[in-house]
Design a protein around this ligand. Structure first.
Ligand SMILES: *[C@@H]1O[C@H](CO)[C@@H](O)[C@H](O)[C@H]1NC(C)=O
Ligand SMILES: *[C@@H]1O[C@H](CO)[C@@H](O)[C@H](O)[C@H]1NC(C)=O
Length: 417
């Protein structure tokens, strides 16, 4: 593990300056190059880091500024932020409504502001967002963490614009149009992105049967799940995520109910592990989206949302009772690949995502590291389940900051186009 970790870090150091903006290199001033060289020599942590480069292509040489939004600290600043919405927003899933659920620090969660080291991340203004993205349709495609972000955006917008149509655009799980602005946002539920369903051995036999498989889940690596198959044609902007379900042994038990991958409707033989399956699924889904979306549409991929189980995993009595964000050293202890802790999958998933998205025209919303600090921001026992919820996030909460990041990126892209 240590060797792998090391080689990853090594790659990271080499690739960061080149990967996202080779095509822009010719525009980049000597100052930017110098600042990048300086940046990569900063003591490197064992995490991925994605940079978003603000650049005004119509005016090369002037406003080249880069900011790594994932590199920063949470600053306690109760005066800075009035809640964008509160616990009365009906769309908040009960288990995430930490104010109504009486979580001790529920109202304090949003008093922390994310301060990137090299720049600021302002709270987006819902009203100007609605005006700016008039006649636009935005789809969230992914698991419940993506829904958590969708709900945050919905509640922020609803606070300033009440004239709504609730409907299910393009097969979405839920969706709303803000009628005054003709702005639609929707959530398409999908755990693996790829279609999957139960599989049982056929009595007539087959390749998997002859290898002794009796039960499992069939995952079609090249077929998007029906819940979002039409989303790329429908929406102007898509935000994807996937990750948690790929590391879910309670559902995809490697022995009792393994993931069995199919490509072109044939079982992949010899059978492959979930992390190899994830790579193939990502490859197909990226191609599918790039093929189906209109030109000029914008695609985002969210990095993995970290969990904060301490003292065991979710089904082993693990909990998250902290009332303040973690310190940087605590973050490394909990998440470093070397330590192989309970929540190690956050950075592992990111390695797969980053590799699959390399060279694609997806924007990467790197929410992982900023979220790693926020052990205090999960529903915990206020989630109302038998076990602590240290995976989803309280609302209002840090997915509000994810949306600030999303809007910041979007505004930059819009300026560029
Ligand atoms: C509303 O927005 C959609 C894009 O989301 C667009 O296709 C449609 O033409 C707009 N409708 C009107 C009346 O402008
Ligand atoms: C990490 O820990 C898990 C159990 O917690 C173990 O099954 C796995 O083999 C470990 N991986 C490495 C690379 O040490």
């Amino acid at each position: 593990m240590a060797a792998r970790d090391h080689s990853h870090r090594h790659n990271h150091t080499k690739k960061v300056p080149l990967f996202p903006f080779l095509s822009l290199l010719c525009f980049i001033s000597i100052f930017l190059l110098l600042s990048l060289i300086k940046k990569t020599s900063v003591p490197s942590q064992s995490r991925q880091s994605f940079q978003f480069h603000r650049s005004d292509e119509s005016d090369p040489g002037v406003s080249h500024r880069s900011c790594d939004y994932s590199d920063g600290t949470w600053v306690y600043d109760p005066s800075a932020r009035s809640a964008r919405y509160d616990n009365t927003c009906k769309e908040i899933f009960k288990g995430w409504n930490c104010i109504s659920g009486n979580k001790a620090n529920a109202r304090d969660i949003i008093n922390w502001r994310w301060k990137p080291r090299q720049c600021d991340l302002p709270s987006f203004d819902p009203e100007s967002f609605l005006r700016k993205y008039r006649d636009t349709s935005i789809g969230f495609v992914g698991d419940s963490l993506n829904r958590n972000m969708f709900v945050s955006l919905f509640c922020s917008l609803k606070r300033v614009s009440n004239d709504l149509k609730k409907w299910r655009p393009a097969g979405a799980d839920r969706g709303f149009t803000f009628l005054q602005y003709n702005l639609t946002i929707a959530y398409h539920r999908t755990n693996l992105l790829a279609r999957y369903g139960r599989w049982s051995a056929n009595t007539n036999g087959g390749e998997l049967e002859s290898l002794g498989y009796k039960e499992g889940y069939r995952v079609d690596v090249d077929i998007p799940e029906g819940t979002w198959g039409d989303a790329p044609r429908f929406h102007d902007i898509l935000i994807f995520n996937t990750g948690h379900w790929w590391w879910a042994p309670s559902k995809f038990d490697p022995v009792k109910s393994p993931m069995l991958f199919f490509e072109r409707s044939q079982p992949v033989i010899p059978p492959i592990s979930p992390d190899e399956g994830l790579d193939i699924v990502l490859k197909h889904m990226v191609l599918f989206v790039e093929k189906k979306m209109r030109s000029g549409s914008i695609k985002f991929f969210c990095t993995q949302s970290p969990r904060h189980f301490e003292g065991g995993d979710w089904d082993q009595g693990g909990s998250c009772q902290r009332l303040k964000p973690l310190l940087p050293e605590q973050v490394e202890e909990l998440f470093s690949l070397k330590n192989n802790g309970t929540n190690v999958e956050a950075r592992l998933v990111n390695q797969h995502l980053l590799e699959a998205l390399k060279g694609s025209d997806f924007q990467i919303l790197d929410i992982t590291h900023m979220s790693e600090f926020r052990a205090d921001a999960h529903p915990s026992t206020a989630g109302g389940k038998k076990h602590d919820d240290c995976m989803h996030w309280c609302l209002p909460g840090i997915t509000d900051t994810w949306n600030d990041l999303f809007v910041e990126y979007l505004n930059n892209i819009k300026v560029r186009n």
